[in-house]
Design a binder for this molecule. Structure first.
Ligand SMILES: Cc1ncc(C[n+]2csc(CCOP(=O)(O)OP(=O)(O)O)c2C)c(N)n1
Length: 672
């Protein structure tokens, strides 16, 4: 077994020393790529490198020159955040030039997505990034092999934190039930996950015992000892009548002294200086050349220019904070702050109410739910770490709500509204339980983590459930208010959507905020500060000024719609009202009916699949008895596509979500 030329049948099987050498190089290139990318997951990539190199350079039969070779062994990487290790080893094996990966990781348009896509990158067997799904697809593949009488073996590499996902154990059960001896799992037992030590976040040990009790053959070994690993894989291949799991004890960050055994290196890139220091430790200083650094920088600059050009040209720049003189009276400066911070600040300041409890799913820091107790020791008993187990977290919250608590749960939106959708629908909403759902990292502006981590369907899937209130605040200040209202005022299930990237602050503490009521925002003339150039009124109190255009937006698309209103007025003399629909459900039907009756055209704008908000607005306009004329409509949003890896603002441009695009859509409708 080993790397095969599928045409001639010749094979190259690496010796133990050669495997160690290639694993070391894999470490170097993974770090180089993460360093240039400025984001990624070094800790786990380093912990998995030795057994992954053993697999790719000795155990697996595969042909880098013929990636789709039918007889190849399959390797499914379930914890796909660790893909830099896989990309590096696939490059070293010859699937593509290793330099392409080193300079191209997480760059918009390259095959090296933040979480892999098998349709984009050679050698990758599955698209993913949502933990706990790899073993199931591997079980399916192994079943297919058995049906077809195919001889290939199937491998699945998982994390130890990942073992907290219930779906893993459904797959474990199925593999044993079907006696899949062509399947071999590997669990990377490095003892750490994002929120800290696995045993503290949610204990999974004893892992080997658990697999055994489900009917698997389990082998425990040192995941950095290539000899032991080769023996373990050999034993697995010889085991008949049951699947085998290799529980590999590893060190997160292995090989780089300042990273070893530290949870903080889970998902944080080293600086370029730290990259050089790490490469020195690995004896690989030579791979960091001025030439490769130049290529990495040039590629990024090229992509930024290319996608920057997608932002539609106006006669003068209207992009955020572009004025050459920030003191100019018309500079239109905007302060930037992520909306998720408003959520955290509210939990921090208002979390003393003993009914409030918070539940974390291993990304508690980045979505800010940890702010609930960060500075409040006395609140710690009211914070429950649930591990990477969003389904369980949701229904546990339902139980807490049933007894009068106000549970706030949270994760990235794809996981806190997608993975657990049935739990939300049936137990939470059908039971009308007072659960609050933080929908973190909404939209493509999540950036380099890529499609799997960019929530683009959450508004649709939450708002369609009866009884769910859906709040999508437009900036950090409104996020504070939405959190307060969502937690303390609304009684019943409430989804609150936040963004990761810093976005413009366009409201003030005194700006009106009423759940279920939209605000109307009007451009009044350029000012030094963007926020002062607009006037905001509760929609109920707004008197039409005869504007031709209504821009109906939510979340950080509201600031973009405000920029569109500015562009329309300044550049084209067209008056536009922005209708900020911070409450997507129940939607403010009156404000929308007024917009339909009083304006010629309506453009909706959302950082979501076009239609999450847009279809709700269209529905109101189509059926409301208060609408006397139906204006032409357009929907700005992601047009039935998955997101991609890239820098946040590059993606906003690429997917056509900038103020310039909104203004253009409005002008297009007016011309019709
Ligand atoms: C369903 C799901 N929930 C949450 C995440 C976010 N996430 C990415 S990596 C990670 C921790 C993984 O820990 P572990 O499996 O131990 O991996 P390792 O320590 O080896 O990197 C989490 C929670 C995710 N990708 N998928």
């Amino acid at each position: 077994m080993g790397i095969i030329d599928s045409k001639t049948g010749t094979e190259k099987k690496f010796s133990v020393d050669e495997i160690k050498k290639v694993a070391n190089e894999g470490r170097g290139y993974a770090l180089l790529a993460i360093g240039f990318a400025g984001s990624g997951h070094p800790g786990g990539a380093l912990s998995m490198m030795d057994y992954l190199a053993t697999l790719y350079f000795n155990v697996l039969r595969h042909d880098p020159k013929n990636p789709g070779w039918k007889e190849r062994d399959r390797l499914f990487l379930s914890g796909q955040h660790k893909c830099p290790a896989q990309y590096a080893l696939l490059g070293l094996a010859g699937y593509y030039p290793i330099e392409d990966f080193a300079v191209g990781l997480r760059v918009l348009g390259t095959p090296f997505q933040g979480h892999p896509d098998w349709r984009k990158c050679k050698g990758i067997e599955m698209s993913g990034g949502s933990l706990g799904q790899g073993l199931s697809i591997a079980v399916g593949d192994a079943l297919a092999a058995r049906l077809d009488g195919a001889k290939h073996r199937v491998y699945c590499v998982m994390g130890d934190g990942e073992q907290q996902e219930g779906s893993i154990w459904e797959a474990v059960m199925a593999a044993a039930h079907y006696k899949l001896d062509n399947l071999c799992g590997v669990v990377d037992l490095n003892g750490l996950q994002i929120d800290g030590r696995v045993c503290e976040v949610m204990n999974v040990e004893p892992v080997a015992e658990k697999y055994r009790s489900f009917g698997w053959h389990a082998i425990e070994c040192d995941g950095h000892d290539v000899d032991a690993l080769l023996r373990a894989f050999e034993l697995a291949a010889r085991t008949k009548g049951k699947p085998t799991v290799i529980v590999a004890r590893t060190v997160k960050g292995k090989g780089v002294s300042f990273m070893e055994n530290l949870a903080e290196w889970h998902g944080k890139a080293q600086t370029l200086d730290q990259t050089k220091a790490a490469l020195k430790e690995l004896g690989l200083e030579n791979i960091y050349t001025t030439e490769i650094e130049r290529k990495a920088k040039e590629l990024r600059a090229h992509v930024a220019r290319q996608y920057g050009n997608l932002i539609l040209p106006e006669e003068r720049p209207f992009w955020w904070n572009q004025h050459p003189d920030p003191t100019h009276e018309h500079a239109m400066r905007a302060d930037m702050k992520p909306t998720r911070f408003g959520f955290g600040e509210c939990l921090d300041r208002e979390g003393s109410d003993p009914r409030v409890v918070c539940l974390g799913a291993d990304i508690s820091g980045s979505i800010c739910i940890l702010d609930f107790c960060k500075k409040h020791e006395d609140r710690k008993p009211r914070f429950f770490s649930m591990g990477i187990a969003e389904q369980n977290m949701t229904t546990v919250a339902a139980g807490l709500a049933k007894e009068g608590k106000i549970p706030v749960i949270g994760s990235y939106g794809v996981f806190s509204t997608g993975r657990n959708w049935d739990q939300l629908r049936t137990t939470v909403c059908y039971g009308n339980l007072n659960v609050k759902i933080a929908v973190g990292h909404g939209g493509v502006s999540v950036g380099p983590d890529g499609a799997t981590h960019q929530a683009l369907e959450d508004i649709a899937v939450t708002s369609i459930i009866p009884g769910m209130t859906v709040l999508v605040p437009c900036d950090a200040v409104e996020s504070y208010k939405a959190t307060h209202a969502g937690v303390f005022e609304v009684v019943g299930p409430t989804a609150m959507r936040f963004a990761r990237e810093a976005t413009p602050v366009v409201t003030k503490p005194e700006t009106p905020f009423k759940v279920g009521k939209a605000n109307v925002i009007r451009f009044r003339g350029e000012k030094n500060k963007f926020i002062d150039a607009f006037e905001t009124t509760l929609a109920d109190d707004y008197e039409s000024e005869g504007e031709r255009v209504a821009l109906v937006a939510c979340g950080p698309e509201t600031p973009e719609a405000m920029r569109a209103a500015w562009i329309l007025k300044k550049q084209h003399g067209i008056e536009a009202r922005v209708v900020n629909v911070h409450t997507v459900k129940p939607i403010d039907e009156e404000a929308l009916a007024d917009a339909a009756n009083e304006c010629d055209v309506i453009v909706t704008a959302e950082e979501h699949q076009a239609g999450g908000l847009g279809n709700l607005v269209a529905g109101v306009i189509a059926r409301s008895a208060h609408v006397s004329k139906r204006p032409r409509m357009a929907m700005v949003g992601v047009q039935d596509k998955f997101g991609e890896t890239g820098q946040p603002w590059e993606l906003v441009w690429k997917f056509g979500l900038a103020g310039e695009h909104i203004a253009q859509a409005a002008r297009g409708l007016l011309k019709k």
